[in-house]
Design a protein around this ligand. Structure first.
Ligand code: NAD
Length: 484
Protein backbone atom coordinates (compact mmCIF):
# COMPACT_ATOMS: atom_id res chain seq x y z
CA UNK A 1 0.00 0.00 0.00
CA UNK A 2 1.32 3.43 -0.95
CA UNK A 3 1.65 6.12 1.73
CA UNK A 4 1.34 9.81 0.96
CA UNK A 5 3.07 11.87 3.61
CA UNK A 6 2.99 15.59 4.17
CA UNK A 7 6.31 17.16 3.20
CA UNK A 8 7.83 20.06 5.15
CA UNK A 9 11.22 21.57 4.33
CA UNK A 10 11.93 18.70 1.89
CA UNK A 11 11.42 16.10 4.68
CA UNK A 12 8.51 13.68 4.90
CA UNK A 13 6.35 13.99 8.02
CA UNK A 14 5.56 10.47 9.15
CA UNK A 15 3.30 11.34 12.10
CA UNK A 16 -0.37 12.31 12.07
CA UNK A 17 -3.44 10.08 11.73
CA UNK A 18 -3.96 8.30 8.40
CA UNK A 19 -6.94 8.37 6.06
CA UNK A 20 -7.80 6.12 3.13
CA UNK A 21 -7.48 7.14 -0.50
CA UNK A 22 -9.82 5.27 -2.86
CA UNK A 23 -9.33 4.44 -6.51
CA UNK A 24 -12.59 5.73 -8.04
CA UNK A 25 -12.43 3.13 -10.84
CA UNK A 26 -12.66 0.19 -8.42
CA UNK A 27 -13.73 1.76 -5.13
CA UNK A 28 -10.77 0.03 -3.47
CA UNK A 29 -8.34 1.70 -1.10
CA UNK A 30 -5.13 2.24 -3.06
CA UNK A 31 -3.17 4.42 -0.64
CA UNK A 32 -3.06 5.87 2.84
CA UNK A 33 -2.44 9.55 3.40
CA UNK A 34 -1.13 11.09 6.62
CA UNK A 35 -3.19 13.97 7.91
CA UNK A 36 -1.46 17.18 8.92
CA UNK A 37 -2.78 18.25 12.32
CA UNK A 38 -2.88 21.99 13.16
CA UNK A 39 0.55 21.57 14.82
CA UNK A 40 1.95 20.16 11.55
CA UNK A 41 0.35 23.02 9.59
CA UNK A 42 2.12 25.42 12.00
CA UNK A 43 5.42 23.72 11.21
CA UNK A 44 4.80 23.97 7.46
CA UNK A 45 4.00 27.69 7.67
CA UNK A 46 7.07 28.29 9.86
CA UNK A 47 9.28 26.40 7.38
CA UNK A 48 7.87 28.49 4.54
CA UNK A 49 8.52 31.70 6.50
CA UNK A 50 12.06 30.63 7.33
CA UNK A 51 12.76 29.83 3.66
CA UNK A 52 11.84 33.39 2.68
CA UNK A 53 14.71 34.56 4.90
CA UNK A 54 17.11 31.89 3.58
CA UNK A 55 18.92 31.27 0.28
CA UNK A 56 15.63 31.34 -1.66
CA UNK A 57 14.88 34.89 -0.54
CA UNK A 58 18.37 36.02 -1.63
CA UNK A 59 18.47 34.05 -4.88
CA UNK A 60 18.71 36.15 -8.07
CA UNK A 61 15.59 35.84 -10.21
CA UNK A 62 17.48 34.12 -13.05
CA UNK A 63 18.66 31.32 -10.72
CA UNK A 64 15.15 30.94 -9.33
CA UNK A 65 13.64 30.66 -12.81
CA UNK A 66 16.29 28.12 -13.83
CA UNK A 67 15.07 26.02 -10.89
CA UNK A 68 11.51 26.29 -12.19
CA UNK A 69 12.60 24.94 -15.58
CA UNK A 70 14.38 22.11 -13.79
CA UNK A 71 11.14 21.24 -12.00
CA UNK A 72 9.43 20.98 -15.41
CA UNK A 73 12.20 18.65 -16.60
CA UNK A 74 11.83 16.57 -13.42
CA UNK A 75 8.08 16.20 -14.13
CA UNK A 76 8.89 14.99 -17.64
CA UNK A 77 11.40 12.49 -16.25
CA UNK A 78 8.83 11.08 -13.78
CA UNK A 79 5.99 11.25 -16.32
CA UNK A 80 4.73 7.65 -16.11
CA UNK A 81 4.63 7.60 -12.31
CA UNK A 82 2.75 10.90 -12.22
CA UNK A 83 0.25 9.66 -14.82
CA UNK A 84 -0.37 6.39 -12.93
CA UNK A 85 -0.72 8.20 -9.59
CA UNK A 86 -3.15 10.74 -11.04
CA UNK A 87 -5.22 8.00 -12.67
CA UNK A 88 -5.45 5.92 -9.47
CA UNK A 89 -6.35 8.98 -7.35
CA UNK A 90 -8.92 10.53 -9.72
CA UNK A 91 -10.09 7.80 -12.11
CA UNK A 92 -9.28 10.09 -15.05
CA UNK A 93 -8.47 8.37 -18.34
CA UNK A 94 -4.77 7.63 -18.69
CA UNK A 95 -4.92 9.15 -22.20
CA UNK A 96 -6.25 12.42 -20.76
CA UNK A 97 -3.58 12.40 -18.06
CA UNK A 98 -0.89 11.80 -20.72
CA UNK A 99 -2.16 14.41 -23.16
CA UNK A 100 -3.41 17.12 -20.81
CA UNK A 101 -3.13 16.81 -17.04
CA UNK A 102 0.55 15.97 -16.59
CA UNK A 103 2.31 17.60 -19.59
CA UNK A 104 0.42 20.86 -19.09
CA UNK A 105 1.52 20.74 -15.45
CA UNK A 106 5.16 20.68 -16.56
CA UNK A 107 4.39 23.42 -19.08
CA UNK A 108 3.13 25.71 -16.29
CA UNK A 109 6.63 25.89 -14.78
CA UNK A 110 8.23 26.71 -18.15
CA UNK A 111 5.65 29.32 -19.13
CA UNK A 112 5.71 31.15 -15.79
CA UNK A 113 9.51 31.09 -15.74
CA UNK A 114 9.48 32.83 -19.16
CA UNK A 115 6.74 35.26 -18.20
CA UNK A 116 8.39 36.28 -14.93
CA UNK A 117 11.60 37.00 -16.81
CA UNK A 118 9.85 39.50 -19.04
CA UNK A 119 7.52 41.07 -16.44
CA UNK A 120 7.79 44.84 -16.83
CA UNK A 121 7.89 47.49 -14.15
CA UNK A 122 6.40 50.97 -14.54
CA UNK A 123 8.32 54.24 -14.64
CA UNK A 124 6.99 57.82 -14.67
CA UNK A 125 8.78 61.12 -15.02
CA UNK A 126 6.98 63.40 -12.58
CA UNK A 127 7.10 67.22 -12.75
CA UNK A 128 7.80 69.01 -9.45
CA UNK A 129 7.11 72.72 -8.59
CA UNK A 130 10.77 73.74 -8.50
CA UNK A 131 11.30 72.18 -11.92
CA UNK A 132 13.92 69.46 -11.31
CA UNK A 133 11.30 66.72 -11.41
CA UNK A 134 11.17 63.25 -9.92
CA UNK A 135 11.27 59.70 -11.16
CA UNK A 136 8.70 57.16 -9.97
CA UNK A 137 9.39 53.51 -10.66
CA UNK A 138 7.98 50.25 -9.40
CA UNK A 139 9.59 47.12 -7.99
CA UNK A 140 7.89 43.78 -7.43
CA UNK A 141 8.47 41.77 -4.28
CA UNK A 142 7.06 38.39 -3.23
CA UNK A 143 3.74 38.35 -1.37
CA UNK A 144 5.37 36.03 1.21
CA UNK A 145 3.99 32.69 2.42
CA UNK A 146 1.27 31.52 0.03
CA UNK A 147 -1.37 28.94 1.00
CA UNK A 148 -2.60 26.99 -2.05
CA UNK A 149 -5.79 25.00 -1.43
CA UNK A 150 -6.51 22.72 -4.39
CA UNK A 151 -9.37 20.61 -5.80
CA UNK A 152 -9.46 16.95 -6.87
CA UNK A 153 -10.56 17.25 -10.49
CA UNK A 154 -7.18 18.04 -12.08
CA UNK A 155 -4.94 17.78 -9.03
CA UNK A 156 -1.48 18.39 -10.47
CA UNK A 157 -2.52 20.83 -13.17
CA UNK A 158 -4.60 23.10 -10.90
CA UNK A 159 -1.79 23.05 -8.35
CA UNK A 160 0.81 24.12 -10.92
CA UNK A 161 -1.33 27.08 -12.03
CA UNK A 162 -0.83 28.39 -8.50
CA UNK A 163 2.57 27.10 -7.47
CA UNK A 164 4.47 27.95 -10.68
CA UNK A 165 3.65 31.70 -10.69
CA UNK A 166 4.02 31.87 -6.88
CA UNK A 167 7.53 30.40 -7.03
CA UNK A 168 8.41 32.44 -10.10
CA UNK A 169 7.80 35.59 -8.05
CA UNK A 170 9.90 34.34 -5.15
CA UNK A 171 7.21 33.26 -2.70
CA UNK A 172 7.21 30.14 -0.58
CA UNK A 173 4.19 27.85 -0.65
CA UNK A 174 2.21 25.54 1.58
CA UNK A 175 -0.06 23.37 -0.57
CA UNK A 176 -3.15 21.57 0.68
CA UNK A 177 -4.21 19.10 -2.01
CA UNK A 178 -7.69 17.64 -1.94
CA UNK A 179 -8.02 14.77 0.53
CA UNK A 180 -9.39 12.69 -2.40
CA UNK A 181 -6.20 13.13 -4.44
CA UNK A 182 -3.04 13.54 -2.36
CA UNK A 183 -0.72 11.60 -4.71
CA UNK A 184 0.78 13.88 -7.34
CA UNK A 185 1.38 16.78 -4.94
CA UNK A 186 3.43 14.41 -2.79
CA UNK A 187 5.45 13.24 -5.80
CA UNK A 188 5.94 16.85 -6.86
CA UNK A 189 7.45 17.67 -3.45
CA UNK A 190 9.98 14.89 -4.03
CA UNK A 191 10.77 16.26 -7.51
CA UNK A 192 11.15 19.80 -6.17
CA UNK A 193 13.77 18.64 -3.66
CA UNK A 194 15.58 16.66 -6.40
CA UNK A 195 15.56 19.73 -8.64
CA UNK A 196 17.38 21.65 -5.89
CA UNK A 197 14.61 23.78 -4.41
CA UNK A 198 15.82 24.92 -0.97
CA UNK A 199 14.01 23.43 2.05
CA UNK A 200 10.78 25.14 3.03
CA UNK A 201 10.05 26.70 -0.36
CA UNK A 202 7.44 24.07 -1.31
CA UNK A 203 5.57 22.27 1.47
CA UNK A 204 2.61 19.90 1.26
CA UNK A 205 0.10 19.26 4.03
CA UNK A 206 -2.55 16.56 3.63
CA UNK A 207 -5.99 16.40 5.16
CA UNK A 208 -9.60 17.47 4.86
CA UNK A 209 -11.20 20.88 4.52
CA UNK A 210 -13.65 22.21 7.11
CA UNK A 211 -12.56 21.43 10.68
CA UNK A 212 -9.31 19.97 9.38
CA UNK A 213 -6.05 20.82 7.62
CA UNK A 214 -7.63 23.15 5.03
CA UNK A 215 -9.38 25.27 7.66
CA UNK A 216 -6.21 25.42 9.78
CA UNK A 217 -4.24 26.66 6.78
CA UNK A 218 -6.87 29.16 5.55
CA UNK A 219 -7.08 30.86 8.95
CA UNK A 220 -3.36 30.67 9.75
CA UNK A 221 -1.97 34.04 10.85
CA UNK A 222 1.43 33.23 9.32
CA UNK A 223 0.04 33.09 5.77
CA UNK A 224 0.26 36.20 3.54
CA UNK A 225 -1.89 35.19 0.55
CA UNK A 226 -4.36 32.42 -0.22
CA UNK A 227 -5.10 30.92 -3.60
CA UNK A 228 -8.03 28.53 -3.77
CA UNK A 229 -9.77 26.49 -6.43
CA UNK A 230 -12.93 24.58 -5.60
CA UNK A 231 -16.61 24.97 -4.88
CA UNK A 232 -18.37 28.27 -4.25
CA UNK A 233 -19.45 27.26 -0.73
CA UNK A 234 -15.84 26.47 0.17
CA UNK A 235 -14.75 29.78 -1.35
CA UNK A 236 -17.14 31.57 0.99
CA UNK A 237 -15.81 29.67 4.03
CA UNK A 238 -12.20 30.44 3.07
CA UNK A 239 -13.00 34.08 2.47
CA UNK A 240 -14.52 34.28 5.95
CA UNK A 241 -11.52 32.47 7.47
CA UNK A 242 -9.09 34.83 5.73
CA UNK A 243 -10.99 38.01 6.65
CA UNK A 244 -9.37 38.69 10.06
CA UNK A 245 -5.86 38.67 8.55
CA UNK A 246 -6.98 40.76 5.52
CA UNK A 247 -4.98 38.35 3.37
CA UNK A 248 -4.98 38.63 -0.40
CA UNK A 249 -7.29 35.95 -1.76
CA UNK A 250 -7.82 34.46 -5.20
CA UNK A 251 -10.79 32.09 -5.58
CA UNK A 252 -11.44 30.08 -8.75
CA UNK A 253 -14.87 28.55 -8.26
CA UNK A 254 -17.56 26.56 -10.02
CA UNK A 255 -19.46 27.12 -13.26
CA UNK A 256 -22.67 26.25 -15.11
CA UNK A 257 -21.17 26.81 -18.50
CA UNK A 258 -23.36 27.36 -21.57
CA UNK A 259 -22.67 26.36 -25.18
CA UNK A 260 -24.46 28.35 -27.89
CA UNK A 261 -24.82 26.52 -31.19
CA UNK A 262 -26.07 28.74 -34.03
CA UNK A 263 -27.83 27.36 -37.11
CA UNK A 264 -24.86 28.38 -39.28
CA UNK A 265 -22.42 26.29 -37.23
CA UNK A 266 -20.49 23.37 -38.67
CA UNK A 267 -22.78 20.68 -37.21
CA UNK A 268 -20.15 17.92 -36.97
CA UNK A 269 -17.63 20.21 -35.31
CA UNK A 270 -20.24 21.57 -32.89
CA UNK A 271 -21.43 18.09 -31.92
CA UNK A 272 -17.87 16.79 -31.46
CA UNK A 273 -16.94 19.94 -29.52
CA UNK A 274 -19.98 19.77 -27.24
CA UNK A 275 -19.48 16.02 -26.67
CA UNK A 276 -15.95 16.79 -25.53
CA UNK A 277 -16.86 19.84 -23.45
CA UNK A 278 -19.69 17.92 -21.73
CA UNK A 279 -18.05 14.56 -21.12
CA UNK A 280 -14.29 15.20 -20.87
CA UNK A 281 -12.96 13.95 -17.55
CA UNK A 282 -16.53 12.67 -16.92
CA UNK A 283 -17.79 16.24 -16.79
CA UNK A 284 -15.40 17.11 -13.98
CA UNK A 285 -13.57 20.04 -15.50
CA UNK A 286 -14.77 23.38 -14.11
CA UNK A 287 -15.01 24.54 -17.75
CA UNK A 288 -17.27 21.67 -18.85
CA UNK A 289 -20.53 22.52 -20.58
CA UNK A 290 -23.73 21.77 -18.64
CA UNK A 291 -26.21 23.90 -20.63
CA UNK A 292 -26.44 23.63 -24.41
CA UNK A 293 -28.61 26.02 -26.41
CA UNK A 294 -29.16 25.24 -30.09
CA UNK A 295 -30.77 27.51 -32.69
CA UNK A 296 -34.10 25.99 -33.61
CA UNK A 297 -33.44 25.01 -37.27
CA UNK A 298 -30.53 22.82 -36.11
CA UNK A 299 -32.06 21.58 -32.86
CA UNK A 300 -33.44 18.15 -33.88
CA UNK A 301 -30.34 17.13 -35.86
CA UNK A 302 -28.01 18.36 -33.12
CA UNK A 303 -29.90 16.50 -30.38
CA UNK A 304 -29.85 13.25 -32.37
CA UNK A 305 -26.12 13.54 -33.11
CA UNK A 306 -25.07 14.47 -29.56
CA UNK A 307 -27.23 11.67 -28.15
CA UNK A 308 -25.44 9.21 -30.49
CA UNK A 309 -22.08 10.56 -29.32
CA UNK A 310 -23.05 10.14 -25.65
CA UNK A 311 -24.26 6.58 -26.24
CA UNK A 312 -20.99 5.71 -27.99
CA UNK A 313 -18.93 6.48 -24.86
CA UNK A 314 -17.41 3.39 -23.28
CA UNK A 315 -16.95 3.26 -19.51
CA UNK A 316 -14.38 0.99 -17.87
CA UNK A 317 -10.68 0.62 -17.13
CA UNK A 318 -9.17 4.13 -17.22
CA UNK A 319 -5.88 2.66 -18.43
CA UNK A 320 -7.44 0.81 -21.43
CA UNK A 321 -6.93 2.73 -24.68
CA UNK A 322 -10.52 2.09 -25.86
CA UNK A 323 -12.14 3.46 -22.66
CA UNK A 324 -13.68 6.86 -23.27
CA UNK A 325 -15.45 7.53 -19.95
CA UNK A 326 -13.94 7.20 -16.49
CA UNK A 327 -15.76 7.18 -13.14
CA UNK A 328 -16.63 10.26 -11.12
CA UNK A 329 -14.33 10.97 -8.18
CA UNK A 330 -16.16 9.01 -5.45
CA UNK A 331 -19.26 7.09 -4.44
CA UNK A 332 -20.47 10.23 -2.64
CA UNK A 333 -20.06 12.34 -5.76
CA UNK A 334 -21.92 9.70 -7.80
CA UNK A 335 -24.79 9.77 -5.27
CA UNK A 336 -24.85 13.59 -5.59
CA UNK A 337 -24.97 13.44 -9.39
CA UNK A 338 -27.64 10.70 -9.32
CA UNK A 339 -29.72 12.95 -7.09
CA UNK A 340 -29.71 15.52 -9.92
CA UNK A 341 -30.61 12.76 -12.40
CA UNK A 342 -33.66 11.99 -10.21
CA UNK A 343 -34.51 15.66 -9.70
CA UNK A 344 -34.46 16.28 -13.46
CA UNK A 345 -37.11 13.60 -13.95
CA UNK A 346 -39.22 15.06 -11.13
CA UNK A 347 -38.93 18.46 -12.84
CA UNK A 348 -40.27 16.95 -16.09
CA UNK A 349 -37.08 16.45 -18.11
CA UNK A 350 -37.09 14.21 -21.13
CA UNK A 351 -34.07 11.94 -20.65
CA UNK A 352 -32.50 11.61 -24.09
CA UNK A 353 -29.91 9.11 -22.88
CA UNK A 354 -28.41 7.83 -19.62
CA UNK A 355 -29.75 8.65 -16.18
CA UNK A 356 -28.40 5.63 -14.33
CA UNK A 357 -25.41 3.47 -13.47
CA UNK A 358 -23.77 1.35 -16.22
CA UNK A 359 -23.43 -2.41 -15.86
CA UNK A 360 -19.73 -3.22 -15.66
CA UNK A 361 -17.74 -6.35 -14.81
CA UNK A 362 -15.45 -6.63 -11.78
CA UNK A 363 -13.37 -4.84 -10.65
CA UNK A 364 -15.05 -1.79 -12.26
CA UNK A 365 -18.44 -2.74 -10.78
CA UNK A 366 -17.17 -1.31 -7.48
CA UNK A 367 -16.13 1.96 -9.14
CA UNK A 368 -18.16 5.16 -9.16
CA UNK A 369 -19.16 4.99 -12.82
CA UNK A 370 -22.28 6.77 -13.97
CA UNK A 371 -24.02 6.99 -17.34
CA UNK A 372 -23.39 10.01 -19.55
CA UNK A 373 -26.71 11.81 -19.60
CA UNK A 374 -28.54 14.34 -21.73
CA UNK A 375 -31.79 16.05 -20.83
CA UNK A 376 -34.17 18.32 -22.64
CA UNK A 377 -37.46 19.97 -21.67
CA UNK A 378 -36.51 21.49 -18.30
CA UNK A 379 -37.73 24.96 -17.42
CA UNK A 380 -35.10 27.51 -16.41
CA UNK A 381 -36.12 27.44 -12.75
CA UNK A 382 -35.14 23.77 -12.32
CA UNK A 383 -32.28 23.28 -9.87
CA UNK A 384 -30.68 21.07 -12.54
CA UNK A 385 -30.29 24.14 -14.76
CA UNK A 386 -29.06 26.39 -11.97
CA UNK A 387 -26.63 24.31 -9.88
CA UNK A 388 -23.27 23.02 -11.04
CA UNK A 389 -23.71 19.23 -11.19
CA UNK A 390 -20.05 18.42 -11.97
CA UNK A 391 -20.83 15.15 -13.71
CA UNK A 392 -21.23 13.86 -17.30
CA UNK A 393 -24.49 15.64 -18.00
CA UNK A 394 -25.96 18.52 -19.99
CA UNK A 395 -29.38 19.93 -20.79
CA UNK A 396 -30.19 20.90 -24.39
CA UNK A 397 -32.77 23.57 -25.25
CA UNK A 398 -33.67 25.43 -28.45
CA UNK A 399 -33.43 29.19 -28.97
CA UNK A 400 -34.55 31.70 -31.59
CA UNK A 401 -32.00 34.36 -32.54
CA UNK A 402 -28.91 35.90 -31.05
CA UNK A 403 -30.64 38.00 -28.42
CA UNK A 404 -32.42 35.05 -26.84
CA UNK A 405 -29.23 32.96 -26.95
CA UNK A 406 -27.33 35.62 -24.99
CA UNK A 407 -30.14 36.07 -22.48
CA UNK A 408 -30.37 32.33 -21.83
CA UNK A 409 -26.61 31.96 -21.48
CA UNK A 410 -26.45 34.82 -18.98
CA UNK A 411 -29.33 33.45 -16.90
CA UNK A 412 -27.04 31.97 -14.25
CA UNK A 413 -25.45 32.97 -10.97
CA UNK A 414 -22.20 31.56 -12.36
CA UNK A 415 -19.95 33.18 -14.96
CA UNK A 416 -16.97 30.97 -15.65
CA UNK A 417 -16.86 30.01 -19.34
CA UNK A 418 -18.94 29.64 -22.51
CA UNK A 419 -18.56 28.25 -26.01
CA UNK A 420 -20.03 29.72 -29.19
CA UNK A 421 -20.42 27.67 -32.37
CA UNK A 422 -21.01 29.66 -35.57
CA UNK A 423 -19.38 30.15 -38.97
CA UNK A 424 -20.13 33.89 -38.81
CA UNK A 425 -17.00 35.55 -37.40
CA UNK A 426 -18.70 38.86 -36.65
CA UNK A 427 -21.42 37.06 -34.74
CA UNK A 428 -18.98 35.08 -32.61
CA UNK A 429 -17.29 38.36 -31.63
CA UNK A 430 -20.62 40.11 -30.95
CA UNK A 431 -21.89 37.26 -28.80
CA UNK A 432 -18.57 36.83 -26.98
CA UNK A 433 -18.68 40.51 -26.04
CA UNK A 434 -22.12 40.07 -24.42
CA UNK A 435 -21.58 36.90 -22.40
CA UNK A 436 -21.10 37.39 -18.65
CA UNK A 437 -18.22 34.92 -18.28
CA UNK A 438 -14.46 35.00 -17.83
CA UNK A 439 -13.59 32.84 -20.86
CA UNK A 440 -15.34 32.40 -24.22
CA UNK A 441 -14.23 29.78 -26.73
CA UNK A 442 -15.51 30.22 -30.29
CA UNK A 443 -15.62 27.02 -32.38
CA UNK A 444 -13.42 25.18 -29.87
CA UNK A 445 -12.98 24.32 -26.22
CA UNK A 446 -10.23 24.05 -23.61
CA UNK A 447 -7.56 25.72 -25.69
CA UNK A 448 -5.69 27.26 -22.80
CA UNK A 449 -2.83 29.69 -23.31
CA UNK A 450 -1.20 30.16 -19.91
CA UNK A 451 -0.26 33.72 -20.86
CA UNK A 452 -3.95 34.66 -21.07
CA UNK A 453 -6.04 35.65 -18.04
CA UNK A 454 -8.27 33.07 -16.43
CA UNK A 455 -11.03 34.10 -14.05
CA UNK A 456 -14.69 33.76 -13.30
CA UNK A 457 -17.33 36.46 -13.19
CA UNK A 458 -20.33 36.54 -10.82
CA UNK A 459 -20.09 33.65 -8.33
CA UNK A 460 -17.43 31.81 -10.33
CA UNK A 461 -14.55 33.56 -8.68
CA UNK A 462 -12.72 36.45 -7.18
CA UNK A 463 -9.29 37.32 -8.55
CA UNK A 464 -7.47 36.13 -11.64
CA UNK A 465 -5.04 33.42 -12.66
CA UNK A 466 -2.98 33.16 -15.82
CA UNK A 467 -0.20 35.22 -17.33
CA UNK A 468 0.85 38.47 -15.72
CA UNK A 469 -2.37 38.47 -13.69
CA UNK A 470 -1.07 35.52 -11.68
CA UNK A 471 2.37 37.09 -11.34
CA UNK A 472 0.77 40.29 -10.08
CA UNK A 473 -1.38 38.42 -7.55
CA UNK A 474 1.67 36.63 -6.18
CA UNK A 475 3.69 39.80 -5.73
CA UNK A 476 3.47 43.15 -4.00
CA UNK A 477 4.24 46.27 -5.92
CA UNK A 478 6.47 48.94 -4.37
CA UNK A 479 6.74 52.44 -5.80
CA UNK A 480 10.06 54.26 -5.42
CA UNK A 481 10.13 58.02 -5.95
CA UNK A 482 13.48 59.77 -6.57
CA UNK A 483 13.57 63.51 -6.29
CA UNK A 484 15.96 64.58 -9.06
P1 NAD B 1 -14.02 21.69 -2.71
O1 NAD B 1 -14.37 23.11 -2.53
O2 NAD B 1 -14.87 20.67 -2.09
O3 NAD B 1 -12.54 21.40 -2.17
C1 NAD B 1 -11.43 22.09 -2.67
C2 NAD B 1 -10.35 22.13 -1.60
O4 NAD B 1 -10.80 22.91 -0.51
C3 NAD B 1 -9.98 20.77 -1.04
O5 NAD B 1 -8.60 20.72 -0.83
C4 NAD B 1 -10.73 20.76 0.29
O6 NAD B 1 -10.15 19.92 1.26
C5 NAD B 1 -10.61 22.20 0.70
N1 NAD B 1 -11.62 22.67 1.66
C6 NAD B 1 -12.92 22.28 1.76
N2 NAD B 1 -13.53 22.97 2.75
C7 NAD B 1 -12.60 23.83 3.28
C8 NAD B 1 -12.62 24.80 4.31
N3 NAD B 1 -13.73 25.06 5.00
N4 NAD B 1 -11.48 25.48 4.58
C9 NAD B 1 -10.36 25.25 3.86
N5 NAD B 1 -10.27 24.32 2.88
C10 NAD B 1 -11.39 23.63 2.58
O7 NAD B 1 -13.90 21.49 -4.29
P2 NAD B 1 -13.66 20.10 -5.04
O8 NAD B 1 -14.90 19.31 -4.87
O9 NAD B 1 -12.35 19.55 -4.66
O10 NAD B 1 -13.52 20.58 -6.57
C11 NAD B 1 -14.60 20.70 -7.42
C12 NAD B 1 -15.03 22.15 -7.54
O11 NAD B 1 -13.92 22.93 -7.95
C13 NAD B 1 -16.10 22.38 -8.58
O12 NAD B 1 -17.03 23.30 -8.09
C14 NAD B 1 -15.34 22.99 -9.76
O13 NAD B 1 -16.10 23.78 -10.62
C15 NAD B 1 -14.32 23.79 -9.02
N6 NAD B 1 -13.16 24.09 -9.88
C16 NAD B 1 -13.00 25.37 -10.32
C17 NAD B 1 -11.93 25.67 -11.17
C18 NAD B 1 -11.70 27.07 -11.65
O14 NAD B 1 -10.60 27.34 -12.09
N7 NAD B 1 -12.66 27.95 -11.59
C19 NAD B 1 -11.03 24.67 -11.55
C20 NAD B 1 -11.23 23.38 -11.07
C21 NAD B 1 -12.31 23.10 -10.22
Amino acid sequence: MRHFFSVIANEVVADGPTFEVHDPATGRVHALAHEATPAIVDRAVEAARAALRGPWGRMPATARLTLLRRIADAIDARFDDLVATEVHDTGMLAGFARRVAIPRGAESFRVFADLAQSLMNECFETPTPEGAGALNYTLRRPAGVVAAICPWNLPLLMLTWKVAPALAMGNTVVVKPSEETPGTATLLAELMAQAGLPPGVFNVVHGGGAGSTGAALASHPGVDAITFTGECATGRAIRAAAAPSLNALCCELGGKNPALVFADADLDAAVAGCARSTFANTGQVCLCTERIYVERPLFTRFVAALTRAARALKAGDPFAPDTTLGPVISADQRARVLEYYRQAQLDGAEVLTGGGIPELPEPWRGGSFIEPTLWTGLSTDSRCLQDEVFGPVAHIAPFDGEEEAIALANESRYGLAATVWSRDGARTMRVAASLEVGTVWCNGWLIRDLRAPFAGMKQSGVGREGGRHALEFFSRVRNVCIQL
